[in-house]
Design a binder for this molecule. Structure first.
Ligand code: ZN
Ligand code: ZN
Length: 249
């Protein structure tokens, strides 16, 4: 295998003055580390060259290694092996619960800090519950709620996140645009930084979402960003109540 060193040409302050390893070598190193996300984050901060290769290759491999089925499904809706909102955003979505800041409809008295999670399962079946009837043919993957219990006056808060397949062509996006729902003036996507729509404002919270989450009916909010990432927050019913609710279904 031919290993060539390419020099960093990005800035005088870049620390890699002795040139970089080739892409091939870096990819092999990361493969042996099983695409460790922490190492990946530190490497991406070194300089533009590393940042670029992390975005283009390393995060993609990370995503494929952690959720191969979901990622190949998401890819089959995109064009030429690309994904909406970049690989690093999807990587972060997989391993980071973004918390909740006070002032949100649900977290009124408390802020919940973002945190890394070890591994998260994204479910397409669960995602269906978050789509209103007219949009049920869209494909959406959603996690189980990350439970933040005893948040003072806010009660037990559940945070969940998800991603649409081919959001650009989805019925949800079409409906948001047809209804002329405005983008939220303050909130933005913690994963890709684009603006978001509030599904409460759009009146597009589906009834089955409450049941799926075990949440109070009027205590749920989710946002969808321009790249089709979903982030949501709800107040969870006490365990005994939510069990009763699901028995009634
Ligand atoms: Zn969490
Ligand atoms: Zn986003």
């Amino acid at each position: 295998m031919l290993v060539k060193r390419s020099h960093c040409i990005h800035s005088g302050s870049c620390i890699c003055t002795n040139g970089h390893l080739s892409e091939t070598v870096l990819v092999l190193v990361f493969k042996s580390l099983n695409w460790n996300p922490r190492t990946l984050c530190s490497v991406a901060c070194v300089c533009k060259w590393f940042e670029d290769i992390a975005k283009r290759i390393l995060w993609k491999e990370f995503c494929l290694s952690r959720a191969p089925k979901m990622v190949s499904d998401l890819l089959s809706g995109g064009s030429h092996g690309t994904i909406d909102g970049n690989w690093n955003a999807l990587g972060k979505l997989m391993i980071y619960c973004s918390g909740c800041h006070d002032g949100n409809n649900i977290c009124q008295s408390n802020s919940i800090a973002g945190h890394f999670v070890y591994r998260t399962r994204f479910s397409r079946t669960s995602g269906k519950s978050f789509l209103v009837q007219q949009c049920r043919t869209d494909t959406l993957y959603v996690t189980d709620p990350c439970e933040h219990l005893d948040q003072g006056e806010d009660g037990d808060v559940g945070l969940f996140r998800g991603i649409f397949k081919a959001f650009g062509k989805s019925k949800v996006r079409k409906m948001l645009i047809e209804r002329q729902v405005e983008l939220h003036p303050k909130e933005s996507c913690p994963y890709c930084r684009t603006k978001v729509w509030s599904m409460v404002q759009a009146n597009m919270i589906s009834r089955s979402a409450y049941r799926r989450l075990g949440a109070y009916e009027d205590q749920i909010e989710y946002f969808v960003c321009l790249n089709g990432h979903l982030l949501g927050v709800c107040t969870l019913l006490p365990l005994s109540d939510s069990e009763t609710a699901s028995e009634e279904e």
